[in-house]
Ligand binder design. Structure first.
Ligand code: SAJ
Length: 418
């Protein structure tokens, strides 16, 4: 079998490498020349545990090659980004998916399987992708097989989850679903569930929406408890002792290219009806302002305060700053008069951000503001570090510092008012 993947980002690259590791000939296509040249030299452009080793393995075995152009193959997998459109409802922007699909049309032949893995708005397969393929004159379900198989892996655990998670394979016809499921049998150990395309689209969107809505509930609770002088973290751990309750963790907001993006696809398709989903988004988007209010409260009375921000990525142990609430917090803080803000993140290497060493960030700072739960921040010697500070204050918005191991008092979203 030969597979041609379109898009070599957080999903397309690990997926390509996993197929190659299991003996499939893979050509991975991306539109960025630097990504292609680096990958062919064994250099990664993103951080994901275990990925570099697999890249070297499949380059050595000759099973993987990165390229700027698609080629003839048995299977085409589209894994390109679907951002929000710039409209009021932040609908699903299918431009990259449509362009990637158009780019393979000259190479598709009878018997090929085309898989869209990108997260897409409900009915995108039926209303947009299907007509593009039908324009070739090939009959879907007979000559060519079209499926939506949404990616569902968690950044930070991608290689493990690619193998062990269940896969939903939603075909345009039943034969499409069957043919698509055979492709994933190459390495997937989880259940491979066959359904239709629109059920697959909505199932994927609901997984991320479920999580977003639940985090919004925790964040709303954090704000309510703040107003009522109740420790939200204690409340959550008490309530979660009930066998059917699983409150999520409050924090500075919800980021990444999935939870902060996908729920809008549903809202945009059904704006009058999808009200809880929209409200959850609004609540999560409001969290950076709540965090800044907390910071302001802690710094009251200090002239020209300095905040050392720990963590810019959207969650712990990843380098991805897309839609990161930490960036929103930083932007609000930087817009405040008299406020000095220093940034530290051991995972992020963005040339665009003035990231400094931990010592430079903390030197003369009044407050350490932890916005991302990187492992490095959990094991740091805060007693030692605080000697460099003008005022020894820490606000841990992720509740990730073990307070029993530090002599410095650490505020979190549960005890900020005290
Ligand atoms: N977060 C909280 N509180 C929590 C849990 C998470 O504030 O209790 C925040 C995180 O800090 C982060 C954001 O939510 O900013 C999202 O993080 P995440 O770890 O929940 O999810 P992602 O975006 O990294 O990956 C999600 C996963 N979806 C689900 O768990 C339902 C993953 O399986 C999907 O493949 C991925 O989206 C995707 O690509 O769609």
């Amino acid at each position: 079998m030969k597979i041609c993947t379109l898009g070599l980002g957080y999903i397309g690259l690990p997926t390509s490498l996993m197929f190659a590791k299991h003996g499939v000939d893979v050509v991975g296509v991306d539109i960025h020349p630097n990504i292609i040249s680096n990958l062919n030299l064994g250099r990664l452009h993103l951080e994901e545990p275990g990925l570099e080793e697999v890249l070297h393995e499949v380059l050595d075995s000759g099973k993987f090659q990165a390229s700027l152009r698609p080629e003839y193959a048995d299977v085409f997998i589209v894994a390109v980004p679907t951002p929000n459109n710039n409209d009021m409802q932040k609908s699903c922007d299918l431009t990259h998916v449509a362009e990637a699909t158009a780019s393979i049309l000259p190479f598709i032949r009878k018997g090929n399987i085309i898989i869209i893995e990108s997260t897409i708005a409900p009915r995108s397969m039926d209303d947009h992708i299907r007509p593009m393929i039908e324009m070739t004159g090939l009959t879907i379900g007979k000559d060519i097989f079209l499926v939506h198989c949404p990616e569902r892996v968690l950044p930070g655990r991608i290689l493990e989850e690619l193998v062990h998670n269940n896969r939903i394979v939603g075909g345009i016809t039943e034969t499409c679903s069957y043919k698509g499921s055979l492709v994933y049998q190459t390495f997937v150990k989880g259940e491979i569930i066959q359904t239709d395309a629109k059920t697959a689209e909505m199932s994927k969107l609901m997984e991320n929406t479920f999580r977003d809505v639940n985090i919004a509930l925790a964040n709303e609770l954090a704000k309510v408890c703040f107003e009522l002088d109740i420790n939200v973290l204690d409340v959550i751990s008490m309530a979660n002792k009930h066998p059917r309750v699983n409150l999520h963790q409050p924090g500075p907001g919800v980021g990444g290219h999935c939870l902060a993006v996908d729920p809008y696809f549903v809202v945009a398709k059904s704006p009058e009806t999808a009200r809880i989903i929209k409200l959850a988004r609004d609540t999560n988007v409001s969290m950076p302002y709540h965090i800044v209010n907390c910071v302001r409260m802690m710094l009251e009375g200090i002239e020209r305060p300095k905040v050392a921000v720990f963590g810019l990525s959207y969650k712990g142990n990843v380098d991805d700053i897309r839609e990161s609430p930490a960036i929103d917090v930083v932007n609000i803080l930087m817009g405040m008069e008299q406020m000095e803000v220093a940034l530290h993140d051991p995972h992020v290497q963005s040339g665009m951000l003035p990231i400094v060493s931990v010592e430079d960030a903390v030197n003369d700072a009044d407050l350490i503001l932890v916005l991302t739960d990187h492992d490095e921040f959990k094991v740091m010697d805060y007693d030692d570090l605080s000697k460099l500070m003008a005022n020894k204050m820490i606000l841990d918005t992720r509740n990730c510092i073990d307070v029993t191991k530090t002599g410095v008092s650490v505020a979190n979203l549960g005890n900020i008012y005290q």
